[in-house]
Write a protein that binds this ligand. Structure first.
Ligand code: BQF
Length: 289
């Protein structure tokens, strides 16, 4: 079993980005600048946004965190986005999800300028990605692709099973794994809440990508010997072992499957850190547009 070390790989990517930013600045160029909007005070969202701001500092980007109150109206939020859209000093904009229930996420994402949509969630971005046109690939799928690439995992002609069809992970990674490129050229099956025979279908997977958000859902009887397993799940549970009083669980029962697989991502330290690194990569690309 080889661990797909997202922590180390993301640090490698951050070093590469920092080197490039250094070159840009030394040649009189401008630092990439990411703006992040955080609405309300959801604990997990705060953690994620703080991680993104810290990562920006680490690679030499400018960042602006805009905190807005939970009770902000949809129109007020749209106005904040428009201000950033027309601000030439800002290259990339993310709106941390989920948003409060009274705000329509679709409407908000549609407001983000596609040139600054470094999360790649705008419908035009997803369309461009699907058609293999220039786009920002959403950070989590991009992180999975980058891990597969850096560990030289064979994907052509392989059975790739994706559990979950979310617009942010399952749907885009399915499209990417089926594309005519590397990583890609896989035979992709998407499993979801209405799927039947989930265990049997998973058992045929050479590459299993799990993004459904159910802790320890995948067990060894669902795994083909020698499979590569990518675990996107992060469920927070209380723990009497850790200092913080909680820990993260993946969608894969790691201890149960680890002796059966060729490659596997840990949780934490697998796909999560890669997501942050790929957001930085997209922001660097946006700054070059
Ligand atoms: C790690 C996210 C669900 C909903 C909205 C490192 C992150 C997570 C884990 C992180 C995520 C998940 C992010 C680890 C960003 C990934 O060490 O395992 C980093 O910050 N993520 C998000 O912004 O919004 C989410 C998951």
């Amino acid at each position: 079993m080889i661990l797909l070390d997202g922590k180390k790989t993301s640090n490698d990517i951050k070093d590469e980005i920092a080197l490039e930013v250094n070159g840009i600045v030394n040649n009189g160029g401008k630092k990439p600048h990411l703006a992040a909007i955080l609405v309300g005070n959801n604990g997990a969202s705060e953690t994620y946004v703080n991680a993104k701001v810290k990562a920006c500092e680490k690679v030499g980007f400018d960042s602006t965190l805009i905190r807005l109150k939970e009770a902000i109206t949809e129109d007020e939020l749209i106005n904040e986005i428009i201000k950033i859209n027309i601000n030439d000093s800002i290259d990339g904009l993310i709106v941390q999800l989920p948003l409060p229930k009274h705000i329509d996420e679709k409407k908000i994402i549609n407001t983000i300028s596609i040139e600054k949509d470094v999360d790649g969630f705008h419908p035009k971005n997803i369309g461009n990605m699907t058609l293999n046109l220039p786009c920002f690939i959403p950070a989590t799928p991009a992180g999975i692709i980058e891990l597969i690439k850096r560990y030289n995992i064979e994907t052509s002609g392989k059975n790739c099973v994706v559990i979950g069809r979310s617009h942010i992970v399952g749907l885009p990674i399915s499209i990417l794994m089926a594309r005519n490129s590397y990583p890609g050229n896989s035979t992709v099956t998407i499993l979801h809440s209405r799927s039947k025979n989930i265990n049997e279908i998973c058992k045929k997977a050479d590459i299993l990508i799990v993004a459904l958000g159910k802790a320890n859902f995948v067990t060894s009887e669902m795994i083909k010997e020698g499979a590569s397993v990518i675990d996107v799940g992060i469920t927070r549970v209380t723990s009497n072992v850790t200092k913080s009083g909680w820990k993260l669980l993946g969608d894969v029962d790691f201890e149960n499957v680890k002796d059966k697989v060729s490659y596997i991502t840990p949780v934490p330290g697998g796909v999560g850190p890669m997501t942050i690194a790929m957001l930085l990569k997209n922001t660097l690309s946006a700054s070059k547009l």
